[in-house]
Design a binder for this molecule. Sequence first.
Ligand code: UGA
Length: 434
Amino acid sequence: MRIVMVGSGYVGLVSGACFADFGHTVVCVDKAAEKIEALNKGVIPIFEPGLDQLVESNVKANRLSFTTELAGPVADADVVFIAVGTPSRRGDGHADLGYVYAAAREIADAIKGFTVIVTKSTVPVGTGDEVERIIREANPDADFAVVSNPEFLREGAAIEDFKRPDRIVVGLVDDRARSVMTEVYRPLYLNQSPILFTGRRTSELIKYAANGFLAMKITFINEIADLCERVGADVQDVSRGIGLDGRIGSKFLHAGPGYGGSCFPKDTLALAKTAQDNESPMRLIETTIAVNDSRKRAMGRKVIAAVGGDVRGKKIAVFGLTFKPNTDDMRDSPAISVIQTLKDAGAIVAGYDPEGMENAKQLLDIEFTSGPYEAADGADAAVLVTEWNEFRALDLERLKSVMRTPILVDLRNVYRKSELEVHGFSYTSIGKSS
Ligand code: UGA
């Protein structure tokens, strides 16, 4: 299949490289000339484990290329994926579809022969209908079908998720498009990944329902964690205890500082808006958003309490700044709110992250250090915000020796109280009373 990927951001780049690896011929298009220039030199603009090798080997095999020119590749394509950003619109929280519609208009002018146009971006219900209308209006003679095919990959595990998905969801109304999409995903269902064909609106909603549910599941266990602290229970045991029930499932039950990232915050907000607009409000999702927002600052107050209630003039070390490990993504990271709360209370903050430092420097006005021990040098407390592997086996004696006071607040439950106390630390975690 000849595939064009419009938008070479996170989803576009990973999907494009993986489709090429399946044997398809893929052209990734992006308006940002510097990005395309960098990609053509083999420089990958995002951090994602394994992506650089995947891009390199498929470029070498002539299956993957990058360009700013859309028209030529689209004219030759069997399938055109739209994988541009759908950020939250300023002011009202709706998904901003400006980039999706602009891409549709440009594609419309370039279509030659039967072409399947696929929205891979996360788009609200009804967007496929509008994309179809835009293309028909711009090019009434075009032979095309519009399909919804949401992506469920996680940052940091994107290639594995793409190549071994729990399911592939394809929403369409056209039989010719169905056989094209079957061909596109043939290598995956040979791997036994189920492919679910639905209506287009259903497929669009599945994406939001999945992210909304996962965000709600995390928020549920976070509230259980707070209750555990009050009643003398242990949230990790509660997670295990409920997760073994097959109806609940053990994943996404790790209590922490609240969810962040480029998807859950934006998608829950957009889902709540769509529901309100259709007079079918989703109170569970509205509450999830509110609980998660307030949790992030509450985590800052938790640190202040662990230090004795006053951090004015005290130095706090922050381990991990990105919204989760194995990414350089700082978008809606809980670290931002935790640090803001500490700074508002007068603390001096030093932070370190294995991959996120450059992005963090754009957002945070703190001292950045070359490692966790440097951040902890002379600190009155250290906070583990993101569970990078590098923080899972800290040299506790070394850490204690550089700190002014050995206090560790572990917002990801990486350590055990008993082991930290052996090393003379005062230790606070999430969802445990002792
Ligand atoms: C999420 C979904 O997991 C993907 O399926 C989806 O494709 C993607 O959004 C998207 O819509 O593009 P991602 O944002 O990369 O993926 O990251 P997750 O691993 O889901 O983590 C999201 C946040 O939840 C992180 O801040 C993480 O620390 C937090 N989390 C996750 C918890 O606090 N506890 C958990 O048990 C799991």
